[in-house]
Design a binder for this molecule. Structure first.
Ligand code: ACO
Length: 359
């Protein structure tokens, strides 16, 4: 619409303006837009075991609105509805599953868990007890094909969700250790991927190589060509120490196992993200441009790096994406925002779809 401001007549196409504004907000928005479009094609059933939590209830309604998945809340239907009404949230399209104390399904899931874990010290009574915890129930739904993905963790410590998920669902064939990845977006640069930001505390060389391969697969799935920097406090042997040697060893494993993968190191993080040093001081590096995937030498470094950029660097951070589970499980950070939950449910829905497409 035209507007008289007394200064000039302003004609704007509002939709186009908003689109351009969004695009200028950078690659974080871009990748979420791409994921949202993909998720909408065949929205997966995503089970949210923390069905009584306000952020989860609000996010579930938004998932329906955005069409990114079919959310399933675990909880007592009356209580969930009561809370939703209190928050003014419309639950149309949100499924609520209540596992009653004497539920047949619960015992069936407990028996399956017992069979999986009987030789790892789990008794049938403990399996039944575990199934009273919503995360075990939700993971069992996904393990048994009664839902497509789990998203949980707003009210828990990360390992409190990861352990049950590993026990009930486990790793995908060929994978030994799962790992966490964050997407880190700045307005004027290519999207970055950080790993392992959430799981392996002190990975050895072999594990670091596996983390790089899992990350590369995820990045390729987004249609992005991975260029991996294997991070250390040292540049190509500039400091010699078992810690940096471990990273160099991981690079040798990767060069041997996947010669086509663009990966190098060990290198310091500024070497990895800035092209200049690579060109001038380390021209032998295999990276054709600055790295877009950073594999950190340990959990302290990776976790602190993304959190620092999130808190002080004004990066848009999406994740954590859990790589290498047998079925889609994505674990939220305690106290995640509604936007974080929506983002991760969208990732979970796309993850479920990608697996169906590949099978
Ligand atoms: N991938 C797959 N399975 C694993 C992994 C892994 N990375 N690590 C351990 N396991 C399995 C083991 O194989 C074992 O399986 P089993 O019971 O079937 O034999 C089981 O988990 C327990 O193994 P442990 O070696 O005893 O491992 P532990 O219980 O010490 O811990 C855990 C595993 C929970 C992953 C641990 O490494 C951990 O706490 N990591 C840190 C998580 C964390 O606190 N992150 C904080 C950041 S999260 C955030 O900021 C969002």
């Amino acid at each position: 619409a035209a507007m008289r401001t007394g200064v000039a007549r302003i004609d704007v196409d509002l939709d186009e303006y908003v689109d351009r504004l969004r695009a200028s907000l950078g690659p974080g928005r871009e990748v979420m837009r791409w994921m949202t479009a993909r998720a909408r094609k065949r929205p997966a059933r995503v089970v949210l075991p923390e069905g009584h939590n306000e952020t989860i209830i609000r996010a579930a309604a938004q998932m329906v609105e955005e069409g990114v998945c079919q959310p399933v809340l675990l909880g007592r239907p009356e209580r969930v509805r009561e809370k939703a009404a209190m928050f003014g949230v419309d639950l149309r399209g949100v499924e609520i599953v209540y596992a009653a104390p004497l539920d047949e399904q619960r015992h069936a899931y407990a028996d399956i868990l017992f069979e999986r874990r009987a030789r790892k010290g789990l008794t049938r009574a403990e399996a039944r007890w575990n199934l009273y915890k919503p995360i075990y129930y939700a993971a069992s739904m996904v393990a048994n094909g009664d839902a497509d993905a789990v998203v949980a963790g707003v009210e828990a410590n990360y390992p409190e969700i990861l352990r049950p998920a590993l026990q009930v669902i486990g790793v995908e064939p060929g994978v030994e250790r799962v790992a966490g990845l964050h997407m880190v977006a700045f307005p004027n640069r290519e999207l970055l991927f950080f790993a392992d930001t959430t799981v392996n505390i002190e990975p050895d060389a072999e594990t670091l190589a596996r983390i790089a391969l899992l990350s590369a697969r995820f990045v390729r799935e987004l249609g992005i060509q991975p260029r991996i920097g294997m991070i250390s406090f040292s540049n190509f042997g500039s400091a010699r120490h078992p810690e940096s040697e471990k990273v160099a060893q991981a690079v040798r494993i990767l060069h041997r196992e996947d010669p086509d993968l663009e990966v190098d190191g060990e290198m310091q993080v500024d070497t990895a993200v800035g092209r200049r040093k690579l060109d001038s001081i380390y021209p032998f590096s295999q990276l054709t441009a600055a790295a877009n995937v950073l594999v950190f030498p340990g959990l302290s470094a990776a976790n602190s790096a993304y959190k620092l950029l999130d808190s002080l660097g004004r990066a848009e951070v999406i994740g954590p994406v859990l790589l290498g589970m047998a079925r889609p499980v994505h674990i939220l950070q305690r106290g995640s925002s509604q936007q974080d939950v929506l983002n991760l449910a969208t990732v979970a829905s796309v993850d479920a779809q990608a697996r169906r497409d590949h099978s």
